[in-house]
Design a protein around this ligand. Structure first.
Ligand SMILES: [Zn+2]
Length: 397
C-alpha cells in the first residue's frame, strides 16, 4: 500500500471580533512553541516528552492556551528540532509571527454539512466557515488527517490534510519516459511530446519586455510594479506547470517510470543567464518536478532522476559525443547524421542513461545475462523491460 497525502487550502470566513482572538491565539501558540524549542535547544533534546515535563506547567500558567494547543506547539517544536538534528544543523530555531496552528480531533470539530469548523482558542471555541474550491471536491472521500489554521496576507486559511491508501501494483509496464526541461520548451519527452504552447512563449516574451522596461526606469513605483509583475508571472507559470505535469502523467502508462535530469545539472547549464531569470527558472523547474512527482505517485508511476553526461552533445542513436552535434535548437550528429530537435535528443539521452544505470543494477540482482556490446545496452534494456514482468522494486532500485 502507498499512502497519498494532499493539502487542500480553503479561505476561511471569520467574524471580525473572532479574528483578533485567533491572532492572539496564534501569537501565544508561537510563544509556547518558542519556549518549548528553546528548552530543547538549550538542553540538547528533541524529545517531546522531555520537553513536556519541563515546560508544560509553566506554559499553562503563562499562556491562555488550551492544553491541546500547548501540546501541539510543543510537538511542532520537537519536530523542528528533530529535523535540524537530521540535517546536522546547529542553528537555534526562531518561530515567526503567525505560526500556523495545527489542530487535531480534540482541539477542533469539522462539520462538513455546514462547511464549518470549530477551533479551540484562548477564549474557547471559535466558529469558522470555509469554502472548498470546486477542483478540490475530488478529495471528498479521502480520509481527513488534521487541519491547520494559517494567516497570510491578512487573510485566514484553513488547510485540510487528507490522505488515501492505494494498492501498490508490482508489475512494471515496461515504459520509461525521459523528460528534458529547458527554457525554449518547458519540457520535451522521449515520446516526442513538446510541452510549451505558442501562447506561453508569447506571454513570457511580453513579461520579459515589461520587466526590462521597468528595470530601466528604476523608480520606486516601477520597482513595486516589477514585484507585482513577477508575482503574476509566477502564478501564470504555476498554472502552466500544473497543466504540463497533468499532461505528462496522463500520457504515461500506469506503473511506468518517468525520468528527469537532476536539477543541479540544469542549474549549471544556466550559469550565463541573469541572476533573476536563473532563480525564476530554477524555481519553475523545481515546481514542475514536484507536481509531476505527486501526480505520478497517484498513478503508480515511478519518478526517477539521473545525473546525465553530455545530454545535449551526445547522439541518442550512436552515442557519439561531439560539441558540434548541437546547433541551437537543432541536433545533427556528426557521426551518423541523425537529425532531430535538440531538446528531444536530450530527452532520449535522459531515458537511455536511466536504462544504462538501472540495467547494470538489474543484471547484478536478477539475470545472468551478458551484454556484449555496451553501445546497445539501452536497446537491450528496452527489450528486457518490456519482455519480462519485473516487479517495481527492481526497476526502482
Ligand atoms: Zn549519431
Amino acid at each position: 500500500m502507498v499512502t497519498l497525502t494532499r493539502t487542500i487550502q480553503t479561505l476561511a470566513e471569520i467574524d471580525p471580533c473572532d479574528s483578533s482572538t485567533l491572532l492572539q491565539t496564534m501569537e501565544e501558540y508561537r510563544i509556547a512553541a518558542q519556549t518549548a524549542s528553546d528548552y530543547g535547544y538549550n538542553h540538547k533534546t528533541a524529545s517531546a516528552i522531555k520537553i513536556h515535563h519541563q515546560t508544560d506547567t509553566n506554559l499553562r500558567k503563562t499562556t491562555n492556551l488550551p492544553s491541546q494547543l500547548i501540546c501541539a506547539s510543543r510537538n511542532k517544536a520537537s519536530e523542528v528540532l528533530k529535523s535540524l538534528k537530521e540535517k546536522k544543523k546547529k542553528s537555534q530555531p526562531h518561530f515567526k509571527y503567525y505560526l500556523p496552528i495545527r489542530y487535531d480531533r480534540r482541539s477542533s470539530t469539522i462539520l462538513p454539512d455546514q462547511s464549518l469548523v470549530t477551533l479551540a482558542s484562548v477564549k474557547g471555541r471559535i466558529r469558522v466557515h470555509y469554502q472548498i474550491p470546486e477542483y478540490f471536491k475530488k478529495y471528498g472521500n479521502w480520509e481527513r488527517r488534521g487541519i491547520e489554521l494559517v494567516y497570510r496576507n491578512k487573510l485566514f486559511y484553513i488547510y485540510f490534510v487528507v490522505e488515501k491508501k492505494i494498492k501498490d501494483s508490482k508489475i512494471h509496464s515496461g515504459e520509461v519516459i525521459g523528460v528534458d526541461r529547458g527554457i525554449k520548451n518547458i519540457a520535451v519527452d522521449s515520446k516526442n511530446h513538446f510541452y510549451n504552447g505558442k501562447h506561453v512563449r508569447e506571454l513570457k516574451k511580453r513579461y520579459f519586455r515589461l520587466r526590462r522596461s521597468l528595470q530601466k526606469k528604476g523608480t520606486r513605483s516601477a520597482k513595486r510594479k516589477l514585484r507585482k509583475t513577477r508575482e503574476r508571472e509566477r502564478r501564470f507559470q504555476k498554472d502552466v506547470n500544473h497543466c504540463i505535469s497533468k499532461k505528462l502523467v496522463g500520457r504515461s502508462q500506469h506503473n511506468s517510470t518517468i525520468v528527469f535530469e537532476n536539477l543541479k545539472h540544469i542549474r549549471a547549464s544556466m550559469r550565463g543567464r541573469k541572476r533573476m531569470n536563473r532563480e525564476f527558472h530554477s524555481w519553475s523547474f523545481f515546481q514542475l518536478e514536484e507536481f509531476v512527482r505527486y501526480k505520478a505517485k497517484e498513478k503508480g508511476i515511478i519518478f526517477k532522476e539521473v545525473d546525465p553526461q553530455y545530454t545535449s552533445q551526445k547522439c541518442s542513436k550512436c552515442q557519439t559525443i561531439n560539441q558540434k552535434n548541437r546547433k541551437g535548437y537543432l541536433f545533427r550528429c556528426q557521426n551518423c547524421a541523425y537529425t532531430t530537435d535538440a531538446d528531444r535528443n536530450a530527452a532520449l539521452n535522459i531515458r537511455n542513461d536511466y536504462f544504462n544505470d538501472s540495467i547494470k543494477l538489474f543484471l547484478e540482482i536478477e539475470a545472468p545475462i551478458i551484454v556484449h556490446n555496451r553501445k546497445n545496452l539501452a536497446e537491450v534494456g528496452i527489450s528486457i523491460f518490456s519482455g519480462a514482468q519485473i516487479s517495481s522494486p527492481n526497476v526502482a532500485s
